[in-house]
Design a protein around this ligand. Structure first.
Ligand code: G3P
Ligand code: MG
Length: 408
């Protein structure tokens, strides 16, 4: 890869390193935006003394809304454009289950929102606990459906409908009813309400979007999260059956979510670089064509022959690197007829507030990930974090400044 003198390129160059942000406790606290977050994100968008743009994505265990709603909200709060392709919520990787299960019960979130999110992922028959309560309100004593809940619920005969999997998408808004329904299905024959298995091995699979026991909101102390519901359901199951519940987990710190995040980051980096190259060629009609190949764990080689050519040419050209070129940037010369192989990010800085999910996530799967713990969320300054970050700092802006200085 040939690097070009900075003077030739006006647009912010694209960094070879990248950022990955947790949201709650780093960017937000409940409904409030953490004050220095907009400045941090603008800095990564090119507003820095190195005139460099750093590709960034968000990996939150939160959910309960479409990725587009989340990205629109973040764009408005942060003053930079964030797109749905940059967002991974706890339930986003559940897309991969679309062809595995026909009938799913989606738990959590407000009204019908999670049903619609699941349908947008491609799930065919998506049911909710409200549908079950409408079918038979006696399923959960002491809860009468509100008018609003009535309108969200669909008419379904659950004595004749099999639930193949329970997908806990977002925080339950009604623990009593949701636990009652989840337990009944786990103990059922083939996921049919009103039945009981004698062997306790005929019920549906259960998946949780994440396992955060607590999380940071705008309340002084952390609040129980989906991980606490998971503990509660497992305890009830154990009490009832004497057996351990088998739970399938998504979210941080799970490896599946890490792989998913890498895929998303890889395509986002390619997009940022493509856009950069497009801008260069608009400015200079003589600019050469750019043909970019991505190799991420050998999985996304677009054209093997071109890849070989890219390897050869990048070896030759790296010997002729410009002396003025700055380190850490994937800047490309305008007139070069290039075939560029985009390698994985040199370092991925992961900024999180929860040692058990964020720091463990960033430390466990790939040594090129660099974990940064901030003090604006679950982690309490002065305590010993269970999983040690590579760097500890006050807030997200300090995290960004630290990483940029470390790279230049
Ligand atoms: O429910 C959301 C919470 O558990 C954590 O969200 O953004 O800190 O991963 P986040
Ligand atoms: Mg967090």
């Amino acid at each position: 890869i040939r690097r070009k003198k900075k003077s030739v390129i006006d647009h912010p160059r694209v960094a070879s390193y990248a950022f990955c942000f947790d949201i709650d406790g780093v960017i937000l606290r409940g409904p409030e935006t953490i004050p220095l977050a907009p400045q941090a994100l603008k800095m990564l968008n090119g507003e820095n003394k190195y005139n460099i743009k750093v590709p960034s994505i968000f990996v939150t265990n939160g959910g309960g809304k479409p990725e587009k709603q989340r990205s629109d909200d973040l764009s408005a709060r942060l003053g930079v454009t964030i797109t749905p392709d940059q967002i991974i919520q706890g339930h986003t990787p559940m897309k991969d289950l679309v062809n595995v299960y026909e009938n799913v019960l989606v738990v959590g979130g407000v009204g019908n929102v999670c049903r619609h999110v699941a349908e947008s992922y491609g799930f065919k028959n998506v049911f909710t606990p409200l549908d079950i309560l409408k079918w038979n309100p006696a399923v959960s004593p002491y809860h009468d459906l509100t008018e609003e809940e009535q309108t969200c619920a669909r008419e379904v005969d659950f004595s004749k409908t099999r639930i193949d999997a329970i997908l806990v998408f977002a925080d339950s808004r009604n623990w009593a009813a949701d636990q009652q329904i989840i337990l009944e299905l786990l103990l059922s024959k083939n996921g049919v309400m009103g039945t009981e298995s004698k062997t306790y091995d005929e019920g549906p699979e259960i998946y949780f979007a994440h396992s955060d026991f607590i999380w940071a909101t705008n309340y002084k102390l952390s609040r129980y999260g989906m991980g606490a519901l998971q503990v509660s359901i497992a305890a009830l199951y154990r009490e009832h059956t004497g057996k351990e519940l088998k739970v399938n987990r998504f979210g941080k710190p799970q490896k599946g979510t890490f792989k998913y995040a890498n895929k998303v980051l890889s395509s986002w980096r390619k997009g940022v670089l493509d856009e950069h190259l497009k801008k260069l060629s608009v400015d200079d009609p003589d600019a050469g064509d750019a043909d970019i190949l991505i190799t991420q764990d050998g999985e996304e080689i677009i054209n093997q022959a071109k890849l070989e050519a890219a390897r050869d040419s990048s070896e030759e050209e790296s010997e002729a690197e410009d002396e003025d070129a700055e380190d850490g940037a994937l800047a490309v010369g305008k007139k070069d007829k290039i075939t560029l192989q985009l390698p994985p990010a040199s370092t991925v800085y992961f900024v999180g507030d929860t040692p058990e999910s964020d720091i463990r996530f960033a430390n466990s799967h790939d040594i090129s990930w660099h974990s940064i713990l901030v003090k604006t969320g679950v982690y309490q300054a002065g305590t010993e974090p269970k999983y040690k970050p590579k760097h500890l700092c006050d807030n997200v802006l300090e995290a960004v400044e630290y990483a940029i200085e470390r790279e230049h």
